[in-house]
Design a protein around this ligand. Structure first.
Ligand SMILES: C[S@@+](CC[C@H](N)C(=O)[O-])C[C@H]1O[C@@H](n2cnc3c(N)ncnc32)[C@H](O)[C@@H]1O
Length: 248
């Protein structure tokens, strides 16, 4: 089956990422990356049960605001009493973010991303917005520690998608090894309770990174490299996932 069909056959909560929370060590890495400190006001949009907020207040001294539209998650987060932390059960597309200095934003829903991009653009200068894996659409990140991307207001628009990809991979030659390294960094950052699935996710992400690079003219060679060919065949023969049609 084509990869698009495979993805649409997965359960909705997996696709929407509703139940996915970042591991504590990844949160620490993100906060070190943005140099979070006591003068900061951190907003975690879609904060879930609020682990991020505890780490940011206790270990980094920041003032934190967690927003989630799932009442049960907010109730769960409220069980831990923390000073310097505010929880709000709201829709992030309507929330007041005006005092934010740092925003953690990990969403894949295109409608939400577009609405938030507009709202982020109006925030005060030097606000740091962190995304994971994907940059804000049409924006060049100011700093990259893949899969973490930092965008500062006012934003720097990208001239093209190719420019944006080069700013993240810091090279115009994304070969199999580079694609694998980046895919693995992402897999490690988002973690998974079942490590057995990590290799599968890394393979799938590697092939998707490589194909996208190839379609943008960033894949170093015209020929499909042997390991890419082999993994495309493994995905097809062992997992019944076909990706070849995506190569332009
Ligand atoms: C961190 S986000 C999404 C993560 C996911 N991996 C992704 O890529 O989209 C998950 C959290 O956001 C919350 N959420 C989803 N939509 C929301 C909205 N419009 N406003 C506030 N919270 C929202 C969910 O309840 C959940 O706790």
């Amino acid at each position: 089956m084509k990869i698009e069909e495979y993805i649409s056959s997965l359960p909705t909560p997996i696709i929407s990422g509703q139940e996915v929370e970042l591991p504590d060590d990844s949160l620490r890495e993100i906060f070190r990356f943005v140099d979070l400190g006591k003068e900061d006001v951190l907003y975690h949009l879609g904060c879930g049960t609020g682990n991020s907020l505890s780490i940011a207040t206790k270990e980094f001294g920041a003032k934190t605001i967690g927003i989630d539209n799932d009442k049960n998650k907010i109730i769960q987060a409220e069980q831990q009493k923390e000073p310097n932390r505010i929880l709000r059960c709201e829709d992030i597309t309507e929330s007041d973010l005006s005092d934010a200095t740092v925003i953690l934003f990990w969403f894949s829903d295109e409608n939400i991303i577009q609405k938030m991009l507009e709202r982020f653009s109006k925030l005060k200068p030097e606000c740091r917005i962190i995304t994971i894996f994907d940059p804000l659409p049409g924006i060049i990140p100011n700093m990259v520690r893949f899969p973490y991307l930092l965008h500062k207001t006012p934003f720097t628009p990208a001239k093209s998608l190719k420019d944006q990809v080069v700013s993240i991979f810091e090279t115009e030659c994304i070969d199999f090894t580079t694609a694998w390294e980046y895919a693995e960094r992402y897999t490690k950052a988002v973690g998974s309770p079942d490590v057995g699935n990590d290799r599968f996710l890394t393979i799938l992400q590697t092939i998707m990174i490589w194909i996208n690079a190839r379609n943008l003219g960033l894949s170093c060679t015209k020929e499909i490299p042997a390991p890419v060919k082999a993994y495309i065949e493994i995905l097809d023969n062992f997992f019944n996932i076909e990706v070849k049609h995506l190569i332009k």
